[in-house]
Design a binder for this molecule. Sequence first.
Ligand code: PLP
Length: 380
Amino acid sequence: MIYFDYNATAPVMREAREAWLNVTEKTGGNPSSMHQAGTRASIVLADARERLAEYLGCHPMDIIWTSGATEANNMVTHHFAKTLGEKDEIWISASEHPCVHDSAKYYFGKRARLIPVTRDGVVDMDWITGELADKRPGLVGVMAANNETGVIQPWREIHSICQAYEVPFFTDAVQFIGKMPLKGLGALDFVSGAAHKFGGPRGVGFLKIPHRKSITPLLHGGKQEGGKRAGTENVAIIAAMLAALEVREKQISQSLHLLRGVWRDNFELELLRALPGTSIIGANVPRLWNTVSALMPEGDRKHQWVVRLDKAGFAVSTGSACTTGKEEPSHVLSAMGVKAAQAMRVVRFSAGWETTETDWEALLKALVKVQGELHHTKAA
Ligand code: PLP
């Protein structure tokens, strides 16, 4: 099986597995306990916190460990639901992951306004500046990079605008972390991340909050995480997350992602040549180096591509993992103006650090074959 679904989850890398095993075997204590076993666990936790803070460029105490990005993102919307006034709005981009979109709608209803995106999937900066001229939302949330299209948002620029208007800014950086240089992320107010998108274990992530500020807890109980998130920290998977991130940071600092971007670009060129009528979603704007969201010329029901490619030995996706199985067009594509019938023909190929140039070439061959089969079936 050649895996092209890294945006859904990435395989756990060796370094992460080793870190998990090492901490599990050697550090059995509860990090909140006073004895030596507890102290050893709390040292591992403090070390992980410091390393993550260094990568992000923030203070270690501004980081809260969570069970993943869904929890981290819900913490943000929940916090603002508890602290903003009854009439206050929050603004989030129309292409946010469901865990931001749905939790914002759950807590704020119509007061969670969607920032429109252009046909290429980038947030409409004119909308933001225009609306800010006479309104102040309690929060602006725009993801760093989109899970379905790989489109990178101008989060630095939006942050500067928000700073000028003294509006807190939040970015879901789940798909960005471990793929792109992190510089500048630590300066944002709220940043979320999840280990399983960059080779760490599933079920662990973090939230970075503003310096020296508190957050209304979502989980109540013990005084872990400075009283901001109750529950015994899973020390071993946190250590594994940092082990994975360390490898990714080294690869990025060596610019190894740039070559992978060239392989992806070559694949897209070849795909457009081999299958006329195909188009690449977000082709004209900066995108993550690993993601291709392709509107295919055939295949009216979206599962056709996934099922046939799966049989051919390729794991691909139709959109975000959370929407797999639903026949509704993706809200991300709809927000970009892609028609429902077209959205059913969109296939996402998301590579990882382990993907080779040969894997991309093999995928292209398989696509040409499947296209032929679909064309044949339609004609029959
Ligand atoms: N945000 C984005 C952009 C994602 O891609 C995902 C996962 O698909 C999430 C949030 C949710 O992360 P988790 O699976 O850690 O809850």
